[in-house]
Design a protein around this ligand. Sequence first.
Ligand SMILES: [Mn+2]
Length: 354
Amino acid sequence: MRFVHMADVHLGAVPDGKTEWGERRSRELWETFASSLQDASDLKADLVLIAGDLFHNPPDTQMLREVSYLFSSFPDLCIAMIAGNHDCISKESAWQGFRLPANVALLGSEDCECITFPKINCEVYGFSYDRAQITEPLYDGIMPDQNDAFHILLAHGGDAQHIPFTVQAMGRSGFDYIALGHIHRPQMVLKNRAAYSGALSPIDAGDEGPHGYIVGETSGHTVSLKFIRKAKREYVSMNVEVSEADTTFSLRDEVIQAIRERGPENIYRIILRGSRRPDAHYDTKLIGEGGLVLSVTDLTKAAFHLDELKERYRGQLIGRYIESFEGKTLTGVQQKALEAGLEALLSVQGEDKG
Ligand SMILES: [Mn+2]
């Protein structure tokens, strides 16, 4: 049998909310989700697993209706899902009493449930969050029934506030595959037995790297997994090397070029490194205008040419200041003090001139 495992779709989130592209990204979360269901249908997947946090917040009826429509437009798909900490099924939530389409099984929040899919001889175990934080290790001790079905556990969490578990306990649990959600970076927890598919699309700037879903193919009780990159965009931290010759506009051009090479669809955090002229100041807003740039951080160091400065400011405060460090082997801290002092003196010098 073949399954598609996804998690952390976070429908309803507005990634990069304060930017001009935030609304577009919010729509893209829905599009990527719909397109992933289409992929599952094209792959003729026997089962689609959604391991929690389909929604960014507990959904209202409108959201549930939208998702139900998408599910029902793929009647060939069998979908098993749980709610996670973000979209937990509390007593007052719209989940209560909402009827999902017949091809969707939502594992409830009362107890661990087991759903049987006889056609593919598969059993899916799991339960939904009923609150945003669960600190008890509720997955410890869950074991599948002893039969020859392929046993899957749908699970969400793994950190101290969200059902902590140990890899060892998971290894001993007897499940053939554990489909995990909550951690947004895709990762294998137990080789070919437990994995986080990662968020289907990256949700915030911490979610760097590729995002998508996992396709699993079973043969007997073993499974082989393949990560499928699906998200349109990645978050990328990018270093840009600065030299003393650079100006705001030269750096803006460099950033535009680098973004073109790395992918204009991606969302960037730019970090300026290297050395600038001690009196250079860069307009980081302008530098970041050439793409989807969340931030430009200037971590350049002022490049001091001590001999030249000493010569230029001979007999003045700056010249004497440099001389006072001469003939000493400077420790790292002293070197920093020298540079910080020079930077301060030179900026005062600059203000006087202006
Ligand atoms: Mn979560």
